[in-house]
Ligand binder design. Structure first.
Ligand code: TLP
Length: 343
């Protein structure tokens, strides 16, 4: 059966042009800094985000973990939104790899109230851990692809300058935020000291993320990447896709946002769902009256629709380039059929 796959934008396959670029890529040993394609991708990424330098990594998780290791020391504390990817989905990496403890602030739609961030920053004193990092996530995955506004980013940034604490931005989907805000990605990135973005999500590369920041920070990050076993060799083969992604795959993300909106417009008319209009490509759907997401997902699958859940009462649908507008219409029909048949 051919499935309509709305589990994640990570399922996107590389384009024909990417496949050709992989074949033709100029490569060298990145351990010696000699892969021209990796070097170009790192340089272009830094340029687009308005930072001094970049580092290519195998995944977004590795990018976040390397950033954490580069900003903090064991025994220190990092402020995170309670549903952030770094806390929720990185297999306990912040404590296992970094030896730091999380200070979690539950956000409203992924947005931590500024006064709560200020309150969370530790005072100096013998008994307190040092607050060494504030993490933001834009767009916010578990908040349903929510975009943090520039005003909010600026406020957190100003606070971080007051207390001299760096900001790391998990920008796995920062280009979706930039499209939504109709703002160059640089304008978002200027309110963070380091940013990780993913090439492997809506940008459709087979793998890879880039971490950007100051030259000094990236030098440290390169060492931490090595420590995690993430040193690369002829990685130009995959970095070549990243170059195409930066040039050709960003503007089309708008289309994914429209697809999510189409899905929303259909589902909002169904009484068992409770949902907000999506800003980007992730649609979060709460189930009313104790309906169960695992059961629903199994039924969707029988008719050829794949999605995931945030928890037992919340579904997640992610739109991307490998589902067409017709697929979205079909997905709506499948959801309607399942709901009518069984509930
Ligand atoms: N998110 C994946 C899963 O891990 C949940 C997905 O399908 O959405 N930051 C954010 C905000 C992410 O959403 C993800 C991946 C990552 C970091 C990690 O990227 P990878 O998967 O490359 O390690």
């Amino acid at each position: 059966m051919k499935y309509i796959d709305l589990r994640s934008d990570t399922v996107t396959k590389p384009t024909e042009e990417m496949r050709r670029a992989m074949y033709e890529a100029e490569v060298g040993d990145d351990g010696y800094g000699e892969d021209p394609t990796v070097n170009l991708l790192e340089q272009k990424s830094a340029e687009i985000l308005g930072k001094e330098a970049g580092l290519f990594l195998v995944s977004g998780t590795m990018g976040n973990q390397v950033a954490l290791l580069s900003w903090t020391s064991p025994g220190e504390e990092v402020i995170l939104e309670a549903e952030s990817h770094m806390f929720y989905y990185e297999a306990g990496g912040i404590s296992a790899n970094g030896g730091v403890q999380p200070y979690l602030i539950p956000g409203e739609d992924g947005i931590m109230p500024i006064e709560k961030i200020e309150k969370a920053i530790r005072k100096k004193g013998r008994v307190f851990p040092k607050t060494s990092l504030i993490v933001l996530e834009n767009t916010h995955n578990r908040a349903g692809g929510k975009v943090l506004s520039l005003d909010y980013m600026r406020e957190v940034y100003n606070l971080s300058r007051k207390y001299d604490i760096p900001i790391h931005l998990d920008g796995a989907r920062i280009f979706n935020a930039s499209i939504y805000l109709k703002t160059p990605v640089k304008e978002i990135a200027k309110y963070a000291d380091s940013i990780m973005f993913c090439l492997s999500k809506g940008l459709s590369c087979p793998m890879g993320s880039v971490l950007v920041g100051s030259r000094e920070f990236i030098e440290k990050a390169r060492k931490n990447r090595q420590r995690l076993g993430g040193g690369l060799r002829q990685a130009g083969v995959v970095a070549s896709c990243g170059l195409i992604a930066l040039e050709k795959m960003i503007n089309r993300l708008e289309e994914d946002h429209i697809k999510a909106k189409n899905l929303y417009n259909f589902l909002k008319g169904m009484p068992i769902f409770d949902l907000k209009e999506p800003e980007t490509n992730i649609l979060k759907v709460k189930l009313k009256n104790n309906y169960n997401s695992t059961i629903l997902l199994e039924k969707f699958k029988k008719y050829g629709l794949l999605a995931t859940s945030f928890d037992e009462t919340t579904l997640r649908f992610v739109t991307h380039k490998d589902v067409s507008f017709e697929d979205i219409d079909k997905a709506c029909e499948i959801v309607e059929k399942v709901v009518k048949e069984d509930f």
